[in-house]
Design a protein around this ligand. Sequence first.
Ligand code: IPE
Ligand code: IPE
Ligand code: MG
Ligand code: MG
Ligand code: MG
Length: 283
Amino acid sequence: MDTKLLDIFEAFLQENLPKTKSFHPFYNEAYAQMIKGGGKRFRPLLLLNVVNAHNPLLLNASLNAALALEMMHTYSLIHDDLPAMDNAELRRGIQTLHTTYDEATAVLMGDALNTDAFFVLMHSPIDAKTKVRLCEILSFNAGSGGMVLGQAIDCHFENSPLDETELEFLHTYKTARLIAAALQMGGVIVGLPNDKESELYAFGLELGLLFQIQDDIIDATKSKEEAGKPTHNDTNKNSFVNLLGLTEAINKRDAKAKALKIKAEAFGALSSYFQKILDTNFK
Ligand code: IPE
Ligand code: IPE
Ligand code: MG
Ligand code: MG
Ligand code: MG
């Protein structure tokens, strides 16, 4: 089922990225390079699976929101890789934008994807009230009180170790907020009652924390070919591996994944999807 949703999403992405006419020699290629470059599409698939589990008839109408999430995420990756941040030359198995072109291009394409995410979202074929809520959730979780705060703490506290509570705060903001937003946005599209929407969001925050623990483990244990991005790059970072050591980070990941598998049982039609992602993404 997930392969089907992934195929639908990929086809939609190929067809629906904004294109601009100008005399700039590589503007559209640079804009599309990183988002077409691949990636797991974890966030759009979360949203689409929530919709699919509750009202598959709304899947097509949800694709704009799924694409908006992936655009937001891709902008965050492009900026994350800049020399001023993590200074990475590889992403999704291809050269980063500032490596292929230049830093100005990478900054600007990130800016464009960030802003265009809301343009694409606002063109969703759904009612205006729902779109406004989706817009609010995406901006709240990605902006100054969300992902950007996490990134700012990540960068500011390089080389100054945080304690475990602070580290969880950092990971929750930089990664978990957007992942939780993806689930909540799916819930909004299908009109879940407020308490169910909040339960999905809370589950997403925990799933997102687990996701970043796994990302830290990937940095410590995988090759750059396997990861599609530079690894052993977190030396000066507040990562779970640096704080706890690899063995304890793995133990924490396994314990969190196990706890979430139990919590996932409460999600009815979504439960088997959650079980599947918990079984496949975190080992
Ligand atoms: C990487 O995200 C950055 C983090 C928030 C950990 P992903 O692991 O989802 O990267 P892609 O989208 O698959 O490339
Ligand atoms: C980045 O976290 C999270 C974002 C908001 C982009 P990382 O710096 O750990 O992500 P990778 O390891 O470069 O993908
Ligand atoms: Mg980073
Ligand atoms: Mg990085
Ligand atoms: Mg990382």
